[in-house]
Ligand binder design. Sequence first.
Ligand SMILES: Cc1ncc(COP(=O)(O)O)c(C=O)c1O
Length: 414
Amino acid sequence: MFDVNKIRQDFWMLQGKTNEGKPLIYLDNGATTLKPNCVIEMINDYYKKFTSNIQRSDYQLAYQVDEAYQKAREVVADFINCQSREVVFTYGATHGLNQVAYGYGLKNLSKNDEILITVAEHASNTLPWYRLAQITGAKVKFIPLDDKGRLTLENVKKMLNEKVKIVSIAHVTNVLGYCSDIKEISKAVHEVGGILVVDGAQSVPHIKTDVKDLDCDFLVFSGHKMCGPTAIGVMYGKYHLLEKMEPLMLGGGMNSRFDASFNVLLKEAPHKFEAGTPNIEAVLGLKAAIQYLQAIGMDNITRYEVQLRKYAISEMKKLDNVIIYNSDADVGIISFNIIDKDKILFGHDVSTYLSKHGLCLRSGNHCAKNLWQHLGTDSTVRCALYFYNTKQEIDKLIEVLKTTTLENCIDAVI
Ligand SMILES: Cc1ncc(COP(=O)(O)O)c(C=O)c1O
């Protein structure tokens, strides 16, 4: 049974107060999430009880860490339904997307090839493709979004042709919270011989993800957006693609042999992508986070968040000073602005005012700087929910939004 009050006991940060002495209302889960105690304890245990490097040493302690590290790969594989050799640990979604762009793109793209993205993509799923296009002469093209900002299968199909080698899109977009039909899009992309890269940074934490069912070629995500530590992420790749891909970084742990005549033999995937000492405690923390989410149940998490979003939207719609940009989002992301005297208030000032009341909401362009023309504003306030948020927290948000005026914002800023 999903019991939010019981779940909240697992989060140390939800027990305390902010510096202003208010209960913390954390609604910035699109940026990063809070960590449950089991994740913090796992990291502590690694440092307190079994610190050692991995895959290098032959003593008992090192074996114990090797085993725990390998187990983490299996836990991730089970979580997204792939083989453990298809799980590459990265420093986050950004690292994963760069790895795909350079490791796959540089080898497989040339002049006149096309890379398709959308204007709703995060910088991490935009800039590596710009760079790849500059180096290879390929072109980056934008799949048009519909009026609301959704990516439709129809529009994807209109852009597909035999020149398209890579389509890279978010499963869930980070400003509007729209979920794309990855399964159908992957079929269409494969029909023209392209590959589909999925940015799962905002979907994997919230929706049960099965890469076999989606049939995407790559999926990347970040641990810190799903109760795990920062600087750990995953790049899933179909094994035959990983085999042919070049690593972004070279160093210890990823090679089998090299000599002074410059002969280098790399290890097989996934190890060839993990150069240097990895972020061991974060890998173990990610394992604890995934096991924690699995114990709650991903379907329960999605259901609860969707209900909470509906409640938040219905309450926000009652306020005349709020413009909502995505009332029909598929997950718990609500992008909005506040109007006072017919003018949109500066989002960062709104966030500062909200913060005086213990509310943490991010404002700005949320790293999706190509989206502003489509939205008609270059900044929104974003309420991003997770499964530990409550209706009472939404009520508090509504109460404070009612008093969000230019005057109050100015007072909060100075
Ligand atoms: C959709 C999306 N993609 C990629 C990223 C980048 O994630 P990270 O900074 O963890 O690498 C983010 C982060 O906000 C995101 O929202």
